[in-house]
Design a protein around this ligand. Structure first.
Ligand SMILES: C[S@@+](CC[C@H](N)C(=O)[O-])C[C@H]1O[C@@H](n2cnc3c(N)ncnc32)[C@H](O)[C@@H]1O
Length: 218
């Protein structure tokens, strides 16, 4: 185990064995993502998927925003906590994923509650006239600060934002190369959140690091 590995593989396997298993739909989606996409590691998978589902089921949100759909794994998990008339808006910039997302989302029990937007979140988010109970940001790392600035005013007081990959493969605690824009962006983003008086935050050392944020009341 290197100094920077968050969790031993044996521990991860044990946790997976003691976490509610994936639905047959998510298992198929995960397998197809690995067989047919170039960067399958981007998909949440069982542990993070169950974590997102649980958080959503605890909050029971009416409106969820997701930035970065990829093949739809996390969207399907997050939608599990929506109230009866709830909606999850998920935004994906790469139109090559559209057919696969629609195929799998249509088989989900929450398919009617999931609205896919193909486009750049930086233009789609301002066009959505919603108040978010829960936001999951999981897209371009160099744009994290921009997504956050766009989204925070739309989050209800006491609402939540989760941001993935905020430990960035542990690069946040290693020497940063001058041309490593992703790590530089994550470092600047984490500092910004830490100093933001509008929120409370927890950087959870789970998987690739999830920054969990609650918007405070004014
Ligand atoms: C890490 S993957 C998302 C994984 C997914 N949330 C999951 O957990 O299964 C990041 C996705 O964000 C998309 N993306 C990147 N920049 C974006 C943008 N500006 N707007 C919307 N989607 C974007 C990428 O095309 C990619 O599919």
């Amino acid at each position: 185990m290197s100094t920077f590995e968050l969790i031993e593989p044996e521990i991860e396997a044990y946790c997976e064995a003691h976490t509610t298993g994936e639905s047959e739909l998510l298992r198929r989606l995960y397998r197809e993502t690995h067989l047919q996409t170039i960067n399958p590691r981007m998909a949440s998978g069982q542990l993070q998927g169950e974590f997102l589902s649980l958080i959503s089921r605890m909050i029971r949100p009416k409106r969820i925003l997701e930035i970065g759909t990829f093949t739809g794994y996390s969207a399907i998990c997050l939608a599990e906590g929506l109230v009866e008339d709830g909606i999850l808006h998920t935004i994906e910039i790469n139109e090559e994923y559209e057919d696969r997302i629609r195929e799998y989302v249509s088989q989900s029990p929450d398919s009617q509650k999931i609205q896919l937007h193909i486009g750049d979140a930086k233009t789609v988010v301002p066009s959505l006239n919603e108040t978010w109970d829960l936001v999951f940001i999981d897209a371009e790392k160099t744009d994290y600060e921009e997504y956050y600035n766009l989204v925070l005013p739309q989050v209800r007081e006491n609402g939540f934002i989760l941001i993935d990959n905020t430990l960035w493969n542990s690069k946040v605690v290693q020497e940063v190369r001058h041309n490593d824009r992703d790590t530089q962006a994550i470092l600047a983003f984490n500092d910004k959140v830490q100093e933001d008086p509008r929120v409370r935050n927890l950087l959870l050392p789970f998987r690739d690091g999830i920054m969990m944020i609650q918007k405070l009341t004014r």
